[in-house]
Design a protein around this ligand. Structure first.
Ligand code: ATP
Length: 323
């Protein structure tokens, strides 16, 4: 069984990425699992080349600092294999129809019907299919918003295999075991996201303890006289309970019991988040300061990824009549 997970470089990684994904990846990694820093996906909308490179280094350092073991799982930066990913994307674009691509809900939402959006915004689900199919992944943990992309990857794999011969494993989307959906501290009805940018509602993994405390202190919460986990009625309070629960492994419904008031809740969240992120931030900072070691680990991960990807890419190129 090969499970594939990825993190986009649409911004610096945040608390939600760590609690909801990276920490779980490190804990559950199996020797065949693949973790990719999806930096090709970081340029489907206007982007800064400098930042794209920086976010990719940071995301890779985060995975290693969080305990993803490059000797065990395959962990790499997508652009280190840009030729492989780009080549298979082209083959799959010639397997996908325009109608299928433009029907993607994410494209319709993100493009807002504008012709001036980058073509990559339309085609990135095909790149995502290539990311999955190159590595023979049969399980891909995804949230609800990515479900249609997995369906597309399945359709492309089936169509390709049916037309040219069996080359690809048909992947299955799986719902992650714990779907800790961390919300933005300033706008607790929306998900904490990298693409929100530098806003006070997003706690970044590299934030200093002081900054984390200030962000938690300013979190928007409801004062309804009772401290209860009720995401609909009290989204702000519930988000803090969710964060505390995710950090400590206790259910957010139960964790409020020992907390007297909202001030105490904020103090507990700030202390816990600072404690949980401290070792990760320190290891990450050390790695980012050691360019040679980071480059070595990247090259090692890329070589393992290439070993995995090359036979399948060559088989795909051959059966379609290329090379
Ligand atoms: P973007 O702003 O580009 O949508 P993102 O922050 O949503 O970025 P992704 O790179 O799409 O992050 O996701 C990386 C992993 O982090 C995925 O497994 C995703 O489910 C998880 N994740 C992202 N945001 C959260 C969140 N707020 N709470 C829990 N998990 C999250």
């Amino acid at each position: 069984m090969t499970e594939l997970s990825g993190i986009r470089t649409s911004g610096p990684a945040h608390l939600g990425n760590y609690l909801g994904a990276v920490r779980r990846w490190a804990a559950g990694q199996r020797p065949d699992d693949v973790f990719l820093v999806a930096d090709l996906h970081g340029m489907t909308t206007t982007h800064s080349p400098h930042r794209l490179r920086q976010y990719a280094r940071q995301a890779f350092a985060l995975l290693i600092a969080s305990g993803v073991d490059p000797e065990r799982a395959v962990v790499f930066v997508q652009s280190d294999l840009v030729r492989e990913h780009a080549a298979l994307t082209w083959v799959l674009e010639c397997t996908c129809t325009y109608g299928e691509a433009k029907r993607m809900r994410q494209f319709r939402e993100k493009s807002g019907g504008q012709d001036s959006v980058r073509l990559g915004l339309l085609t990135y689900p095909v790149l995502q299919a290539a990311d999955i199919l190159l590595y023979g992944a049969d399980r891909v943990p995804v949230g609800e918003d990515q479900h249609e992309h997995i369906e597309l990857a399945r359709a492309l794999a089936n169509r390709f295999n049916g037309t040219y011969g069996e080359v690809f494993v048909v992947p299955e989307g799986v719902v992650p075991a714990v779907g800790a959906g961390i919300k933005d501290l300033a706008e607790p009805t929306r998900t904490m996201a990298k693409s929100s940018g530098e806003t006070p509602g997003v706690v970044f993994v590299l934030d200093s303890p002081d900054l984390i405390r200030r962000k938690v202190e300013r979190a928007v919460i409801e004062d309804l006289g009772e401290l209860r986990y009720a995401p609909k009625e009290q989204p702000g309070v519930s988000n803090l309970l969710e964060i505390l629960g995710a950090c400590t492994g206790v259910s957010p419904r139960e964790i409020g019991a020992g907390i007297a008031d909202l001030q105490q809740l904020k103090a507990a969240v700030a202390d816990t988040v600072v404690d949980v992120l401290r070792p990760v931030r320190e290891r990450m900072t050390d790695l980012l300061a050691d360019q040679a070691e980071l480059d070595r680990l990247r090259a090692f991960g890329a070589a393992r990824a290439r070993d995995r990807a090359t036979p399948r890419l060559e088989a795909a190129l051959k059966v379609v009549g290329l090379s």
